[in-house]
Design a protein around this ligand. Structure first.
Ligand code: ADP
Ligand code: NA
Length: 333
């Protein structure tokens, strides 16, 4: 009886990167347009504040993220587009799940270990509990599918563990075991200066990252400066095995051009980076420039964005309010 429904979110914690676009937003658009799913996409502002956010920046980043979604092809007619804090059932179910999830599960999350670093004592309680709220974001819609980048795989497994433990503890078959959808050539876009680190909007120290609002010259310059090795490109994916920087650039090309890595290499195999990088830059600019132009246009009328988000929140609550009510009943509230 489960209704095929997609939920996914992005934190308004800084400017969108090429990694967010290829690993998440572009795929959100694909799933919306497939027509097989009801799609719900979210600015997860409650997650963003697990680390300090300047209030004015948070507000701006939330609207800019909404503009980024819409400019990339998320249609408020076809998808429900919301800001998390405007749909209170997310946080309400999040509390229930704080009481279902175990401390040990949270402590094993690699993202917690990375983000808290050596000073876990000083991290917020919210940062530690983040994956329980993420489980609530998904399960408060009974979402069946969640498109995400590779870095979210472990959190999706935890979401299933929480659903299973809730169902088991209360003797119900209420929350679905949601499927992660981690697909395409760019499920993990790496930093252009360090092929072992992911490109992230939450890492302000990485000046090599490509932002969706970068102008054409900036994008071209960042790609020109990207770290590479001295060899020519191989003609098959296997030849990229021990070449993380080369593989990253080819993955980006493939995802932007909607090709497989082998299709790209069939064309560019044998080329040096001196030839490949300008072609990649041209492709990236061709795909991103129209989006950033449209984002800027939408940001000229933030009132319109706020109106769309208010409408999205109303639509969302038609789904989330009954699911939360039923959850409370199950729990004995
Ligand atoms: P960030 O780490 O950039 O702050 P979020 O945590 O808000 O991004 O994640 C939003 C979505 O973007 C998630 O689905 C995540 O998996 C995806 N994502 C983030 N960075 C990358 C990347 N470098 N490559 C592919 N997908 C990414
Ligand atoms: Na992330």
């Amino acid at each position: 009886h489960l209704h095929p429904r997609v939920f996914s979110g992005i934190q308004p914690s800084g400017g969108l990167t090429l990694g967010n676009y290829l690993g998440a937003i572009k795929r959100f658009v694909d799933m919306q347009n497939q027509g097989d799913f009801e799609t719900v996409y979210c600015m997860v502002d409650l997650h963003a504040i697990t680390v300090w956010q300047d209030p004015a920046d948070l507000k701006r980043n939330t609207r800019e993220l909404a503009a980024g979604f819409i400019a990339s092809g998320i249609s408020p007619e076809k998808s429900i587009l919301i800001n998390q804090s405007q749909v209170p059932e997310h946080a309400q179910l999040g509390w229930i799940f704080n009481c279902v999830a175990r401390m040990g599960w949270m402590g094993r999350m690699t993202q917690w270990k990375d983000k808290a670093g050596k000073n876990a004592e000083a991290a917020s309680l919210g940062l530690f509990g983040y994956p329980a709220l993420m489980a609530a974001d998904i399960l408060v819609y009974h979402a069946t599918h969640v498109p995400v980048g590779e870095d979210q795989k472990q959190h999706l497994e935890l979401t299933r563990d929480i659903a299973a433990k809730f169902n088991h503890d209360y003797g119900v078959d209420f929350f679905p075991l949601t499927e992660p959808v981690i697909e395409g050539a760019a499920t993990r876009v790496m930093s252009l200066r360090d092929g072992s680190k992911k490109m992230s909007k939450s890492d302000p120290s990485d000046a090599s990252r490509i932002n969706m609002t970068d102008d054409a010259d900036t994008i071209a310059k960042k790609i020109r400066k990207a770290k590479t090795d001295p060899d020519a490109l191989p003609s098959e994916a296997a030849g990229l095995k021990d070449r993380p920087e080369a593989r990253n650039l080819v993955n980006i090309y493939a995802a932007l051009n909607e090709q497989t890595v082998d299709q790209v290499l069939a064309d560019v195999g044998g080329q040096q980076f001196g030839t490949f990088k300008p072609a990649l830059a041209e492709l990236a600019v061709a795909k991103l420039a129209p989006i950033s132009t449209e984002m800027a246009r939408l940001m000229d009328d933030v009132g319109e964005i706020d109106k769309l988000l208010a409408k999205g929140a109303e639509q969302a609550r038609e789904i989330t309010a009954p699911i939360l009510k039923k959850t409370y009943e199950i729990v004995g509230m």
